[in-house]
Design a protein around this ligand. Structure first.
Ligand code: M6R
Length: 366
């Protein structure tokens, strides 16, 4: 039931403090700095043998996969490709026994994702799945899995089943990096210790919901918006834009910020607001110069910024504040105001937030 909330989506956004606490429970040994993912069936021998990981998924799950590429390449130094499942399945992908095909799916029943797994199986890959629904087809056909601890997700727009796999992928990257001897013991312990901060950081973002609502009130009638991000937060631009378009029917586009000068900057004028994800991560300075360019062309800018930042408020029209976060985990935090923003815009427009037009919760046909 929805309890005190108007819609399941809002309830599920708020449940992320709990779902992420559950995600860590039993998997993270904070005393020794060790990650346990027993259902993955990852042996040290397999960890050393993997030459490539192909992440395959659809929609929001694919955006989680894009963050996963940054995490696994960075912490385990294994090449990772991310493919939309409907492309992967028909591309005759290059996959062999030393490849892992990693599917990410809330439902575990998405037709294209399952077909992509079948394709991996035919070619001899190891199949892993990160899935939310226990006993789903993706879980059954995988050689190993991580069960997301999101809990049942009712709203069509995926929220808590986005942040749970982000943390799962972070844990997986640490485990792989450790088993392959890429991570020092010191780095591993620090990375594991950072996980403990997550539930509280999410809760602090949620406390700022009234500020996000205020911006949503001011912007509820926009027709277009451009989401920009870079580096590990680039996929959050895609995810923020998808949330807005699927429930509010506002045209939202996402770009890696560095691509602006290769075309999309031509779009910017007073009627094309820009939402820039610009926390204090290694790409912060690059984002600042991108925002300056948007402002110079008359665009209004909303930025996701780290608390205490004194440059962005001078430059931007609106700020969504997020607490300071270790940068490899920052996507878990920067996405929260964007979920709230999409939710409030759609709710203010009186739309059917939990059952948007033309969409189904689980896409079991291709
Ligand atoms: O159940 P799955 O995670 O496999 O679903 C994949 C997509 O259909 C899903 O993430 C979709 O994009 C959501 N509506 C996004 O909010």
């Amino acid at each position: 039931e929805k309890g005190e909330y108007r819609h399941f989506m809002q309830k599920e956004i708020h449940e992320q403090v709990r779902s992420l606490t559950d995600t860590l429970a039993g998997r993270v040994d904070f005393d020794d700095g060790i990650i346990h993912l027993p259902q993955l069936n990852l042996t040290p021998e397999l960890a050393r043998r993997i030459k490539r990981i192909c992440i395959t998924a659809c929609g929001t799950a694919a955006h989680a996969g894009m963050v996963g590429k940054y995490l696994i390449e960075r912490l385990a130094r294994i090449p990772v490709e991310v493919d939309i499942a409907s492309e992967f399945r028909y591309r005759d992908p290059i996959v062999d026994e030393d490849t892992v095909v990693l599917a990410i799916s809330q439902s575990g029943e998405t037709a294209d994702t399952l077909a992509a797994m079948d394709e991996g199986r035919r070619k001899g890959a190891t199949l892993w799945a990160i899935v939310n629904v226990i006993g789903s087809q993706a879980m059954r056909i995988a050689d190993g899995y991580i069960a997301m601890q999101a809990g049942p997700e009712i709203g069509v727009a995926s929220t808590k089943a986005f942040t749970a796999p982000l943390v799962d992928l972070y844990m997986l990257a640490i485990l792989l990096g450790d088993l392959r001897g890429v991570l020092s013991q010191r780095d591993r312990k620090r990375l594991v210790a950072d996980l403990r901060l997550i539930p509280d950081l999410v809760s602090r973002c949620l406390d700022r919901e009234p500020e996000v609502l205020q911006v949503a009130r001011e912007l509820r009638y926009i027709r277009n918006i451009l989401y920009l991000g870079r580096g590990i937060n680039m996929p959050i631009a895609y995810e923020g834009a998808l949330k807005l378009k699927e429930i509010s029917y506002i045209h939202a586009e996402a770009y890696p910020a560095g691509e602006m000068k290769h075309g999309p900057i031509a779009l910017i004028d007073r009627d094309m607001p820009v939402l820039a994800i610009a926390p204090k991560d290694p790409w912060y300075e690059k984002m600042i110069s991108q925002i300056e360019q948007a402002k110079a062309r008359g665009g209004s800018v909303i930025a996701v910024a780290t608390e205490g930042d004194d440059r962005l408020p001078e430059l931007c029209d609106h700020i969504f504040w997020v607490p300071e976060t270790p940068w490899l985990l920052s996507p878990v935090i920067t996405v929260i105001p964007l979920q709230l923003f999409a939710y409030h815009i759609a709710a203010l427009r009186g739309l059917d937030v939990d059952q948007p037009r033309n969409l189904a919760k689980s896409v079991t046909v291709e």
